[in-house]
Structures are given as structure tokens and as C-alpha cells.
Design a binder for this molecule. Structure first.
Ligand code: FE2
Length: 323
């Protein structure tokens, strides 16, 4: 509080910046949804330290103050997650020794969450932070020809889902049903094309823009091209995986420019370099909550050691007026 005015001194809140990314850092459990939204409008990401939750119901209760309604399904997602209560999920189950690159959640899908809420129950021994990167800054830091290729051509995501045995995920797990008609309806609603394979698998393609206009009127990077490309795999992972298939289109997921042309590795390197230049890292402590405007700011995960437990909930824009 400001001693002079008696009003919340929100302009004086701590901010952490790197490149073109700024994150607001608040402390304690008394912050109102309006206050958090006001910071989000300026920075796109807010870290609320020491909110006091120690379990999933406690996290859920705090998140519900900020978002109505929460999104209760991760249908169509390309990574495994487990619901752990209400609309709360584990964050992506990916080996701890590898980082997860910066991305906008579900940017390859027909709809995506406006808000992401991450909560820390157990902090890793080392690493494990959730890096953040402003999508406008990333776009501005791309070399002009790379930006032009992405914005003019868009991105096509290719999913190759087996029906029970094979590389990656099955279509039944991905779409949370064994009913083909239900999957087809979901994909039509998501604006994705599909074809069933002779072995009972499913191929899906989603053609999407590489950037989108944020509600505040500026263009943001909004795609996961670098993540869907085998070059995203650590170490020898890409070479190992490509050895297993004759055609990259047979990989569990694959990405091209929107017109079907391959995306050169150098273009993806430029994307990763621009993301790195604008990356803010605030280490987790148990009880911390991070609120992200998913269109404005990308998130990722550092590699880590120890028993990290970070959960996530997703919501629409807007919030309950109740505090
Ligand atoms: Fe994510």
C-alpha cells in the first residue's frame, strides 16, 4: 500500500525484464482479480509469490477467483497430461533432464485458453523454472525474411496418431474417446482436416496463421512450429526418430509452412534465438502462482533435478467479480 494515498501502490510493483519481456511480481494472497488483470494488460504475465496454497484444492480455489470458467479438458493436445482434480492438470509430462521450449498453449488448435495458471506445490532442487517470453518481442526480434516467411505462409501442423500401438500417442488418448464420429465432429469444429489410415490410425492436419492479433491490437507470435519440428528434440533425438520412419510425415507430429513446404532448420534456429533473447526466468517457490496471458506471452520449462510438482489450469479471459 502507498503510505500517502492509502491505495494499492500497484505501479510500484516489482517488475523483472529481459529483452522485450516484462513480468510483474506481486507478493501475498490478497491481490484482487482486477489488480492482476491490470498488470496482465501491461506485461502479459504476473508472478504472485507466497499465496499460501499447499495442495491442489488450495491452488484451484485461488485460480477460480481469477477465471470463470476454467477449461476442464485437454482434448486434442499433443503431449501427455493427467487431470489431478477439478480443472487442474499436471504440467506436461516430459523428462526432467530436458527443457521444454517456449510456446503458446494450444496455438495449433482451433481454440486455445486465454489464461494459464501455474502453481508450484514442490520446487525442483535445481532448475525447473517456467521461463516466459513476450510474443510481440519475439516477432520483432526475428530477421525480416524469416518473419515474412512465417507471416505470409502460416504453419501446417501434422499429427500422425496410431490406434493403440506405435510411436507417440493414440488417437483415442489424444481425443479422450474411442468414437470415430466424435473425433470427426471435434476436428471439423477445430477447422482441422483428417484421414483414417488402413491400420486404424488417424492423420490430422491443422493449417493456422503463424501470428495473431492480440485483443490489445498488436501482432504476436502465436504458433508452435519450432516445437513440432524434430529439431526440437534434444541430443541425437531427431536423428534417432527420423531413422525410424521413411517419411517425416509418419512422425507422431511434424510441421511445415502452411503451403506444405519444409521449414528450414535455420528459420527455426532464428525463432529459438529470438525467444532466448527475450526470456525472463523467475525461480519457483512452493505456494507461488503464475498467471499468463497465453496470447501475449509464451512459456516453457527448464530442465530440473529433484521432485518438482507444478500444476496448471486454463481459463477464458475475464474473471469473476467476486474477490
Ligand atoms: Fe505449455
Amino acid at each position: 500500500m502507498s503510505a500517502r494515498s492509502g491505495r494499492p501502490d500497484w505501479e510500484a510493483t516489482m517488475r523483472v525484464s529481459a529483452g522485450g519481456t516484462t513480468v510483474a511480481v506481486l507478493d501475498g494472497d490478497g491481490h484482487t482479480p482486477d489488480e492482476v488483470e491490470r498488470h496482465l494488460a501491461e506485461t502479459g504475465a504476473v508472478v504472485v509469490r507466497s499465496t499460501g496454497f499447499t495442495d491442489i484444492p488450495g491452488f484451484h480455489e485461488r485460480v477460480e477467483r481469477f477465471s470463470a470458467p476454467l477449461i476442464g479438458s485437454y482434448r486434442g493436445g499433443n503431449t501427455p497430461r493427467t487431470p489431478v482434480g477439478g480443472a487442474v492438470f499436471t504440467s506436461t509430462e516430459y523428462p526432467a533432464r530436458y527443457p521444454i521450449s517456449l510456446h503458446n498453449e494450444l496455438s495449433y488448435a482451433g481454440t486455445w485458453p486465454d489464461r494459464l495458471y501455474f502453481g508450484c506445490l514442490v520446487a525442483a532442487r535445481t532448475g525447473g523454472a517456467t521461463p516466459l517470453c513476450d510474443g510481440r518481442a519475439l516477432l520483432e526480434h526475428l530477421p525480416d525474411p524469416v518473419r515474412e516467411r512465417f507471416t505470409s505462409r502460416g504453419v501446417t501442423y501434422h499429427q500422425n496418431l496410431h490406434s493403440g500401438h506405435g510411436l507417440g500417442r493414440s488417437w483415442q488418448d489424444t481425443f479422450e474417446t474411442a468414437d470415430r464420429g466424435e473425433v470427426e465432429e471435434f476436428l471439423a469444429g477445430a477447422g482441422a482436416e483428417h484421414s483414417w489410415t488402413r491400420s486404424g490410425g488417424l492423420r490430422v492436419t491443422h493449417r493456422r496463421p503463424a501470428t495473431r492479433e492480440h485483443a490489445r491490437g498488436h501482432e504476436v507470435w502465436f504458433n508452435q512450429a519450432d516445437q513440432w519440428h524434430p529439431s526440437n528434440l534434444p541430443g541425437e533425438g531427431a536423428a534417432d526418430l527420423l531413422d525410424l520412419v521413411d517419411d517425416p510425415a509418419d512422425l507422431p507430429h511434424w510441421v511445415t509452412y502452411g503451403d506444405g513446404a519444409p521449414i528450414p532448420g535455420s528459420d527455426l534456429d532464428a525463432v529459438r534465438a529470438a525467444a532466448d533473447r527475450n526470456r525472463v526466468v523467475v525461480p519457483w517457490r512452493p505456494g507461488d502462482l503464475v498467471v499468463v496471458d497465453n496470447m501475449a506471452v509464451l512459456h516453457g520449462r527448464e530442465a530440473y533435478t529433484g521432485p518438482r510438482r507444478v500444476v496448471v489450469a486454463m481459463g477464458r479471459a475475464g474473471h469473476s467479480t467476486a474477490v
